[in-house]
Design a protein around this ligand. Structure first.
Ligand SMILES: C[S@@+](CC[C@H](N)C(=O)[O-])C[C@H]1O[C@@H](n2cnc3c(N)ncnc32)[C@H](O)[C@@H]1O
Length: 245
């Protein structure tokens, strides 16, 4: 991503009652730095979306980047797609994110067509899709809406199409969840975040980012009818899954 990102210090000062996290302008301004220093393996996962695009995107089909933020996954896909007649549809419901995404895309040369759509991913139509990427977005969708969203994606994918879901995960039993949370905390400390920043960010995401277990994700994906589904990457409590229709 070419866009300059300020360092994320949104949670560095004591906030008192920590407000719920929102994808607003303040987050947009630091987003590349925030996600790189918060999600272990983020860049590896983004790069893989490009690799999968090279393999799975069908000529004349659509790719969807659901919860596109500043377009990192769309750009990775665009850089690898050589198939003719492909459209990339990048969807986000944060106007601030999409506005910055537009300026990032304008500065990044790409031969593929990337259409930006401001909408709730639960409301959009998905059709003639060969690749759907949902990187760290499903975790912000109400749990009761997730099955219907996955079913819509499955219905809109062409046979042989590919779905990527990357998420923060929950683990059972609680002792294992605690261990992986602590390892993630250590990762963030090593990235320069203070204990105060880590704990205030955690508080702001409480009851907003809703992680589920790997088993729950796989079960839901299989229940939609996908032929196969597996994690291909995991680091601590973050994983990326690939599923093929
Ligand atoms: C963690 S960010 C995703 C990061 C991005 N996929 C990437 O790889 O750089 C989550 C994004 O999902 C968007 N989002 C959350 N809920 C959404 C919804 N219901 N519909 C559309 N976008 C949503 C947020 O605005 C935010 O930009």
């Amino acid at each position: 991503m070419n866009d300059k990102s300020k360092q994320d210090n949104l949670f560095a000062s004591p906030l008192g009652d920590v407000p719920r996290f929102t994808f607003d302008q303040a987050v947009v301004d630091v987003f590349p730095d925030m996600i790189q220093r918060s999600v272990p393996g983020y860049q590896t996962i983004i790069n893989l979306c490009g690799e999968l695009a090279a393999r799975y995107v069908q000529p004349g089909s659509n790719c969807y980047d659901l919860g596109c933020s500043l377009g990192a996954s769309s750009l990775a896909i665009a850089q690898q797609v050589k198939q003719p007649g492909v459209s990339i549809v990048a969807v986000d419901n944060s106007a601030a994110m999409l506005s910055r995404c537009k300026s990032v895309l304008e500065k990044t040369p790409s031969t593929a067509v990337i259409e930006l759509v401001e909408a709730d991913i639960c409301d959009i139509e998905i059709s003639n899709a060969s690749l759907v990427v949902m990187n760290f977005t499903l975790q912000f969708i109400a749990i009761e809406k997730r099955q219907a969203l996955l079913e819509k994606i499955y219905a809109g994918l062409n046979p042989g199409g590919c779905l990527v879901i990357s998420e923060k995960l929950l683990f059972e039993p609680e002792s294992l969840n605690q261990l992986l949370s602590e390892l993630h905390h250590q990762f963030k400390s090593a990235q320069g975040y203070s204990d105060l920043e880590i704990s205030q960010k955690r508080d702001s995401l409480e009851n907003f980012l809703l992680p589920e277990t790997l088993e729950t994700h796989i079960h839901r994906i299989k229940a939609c009818g996908f032929n196969s589904a597996s994690p291909w990457f995991q680091c601590f409590n973050f994983a990326s899954l690939v599923a093929i229709k």
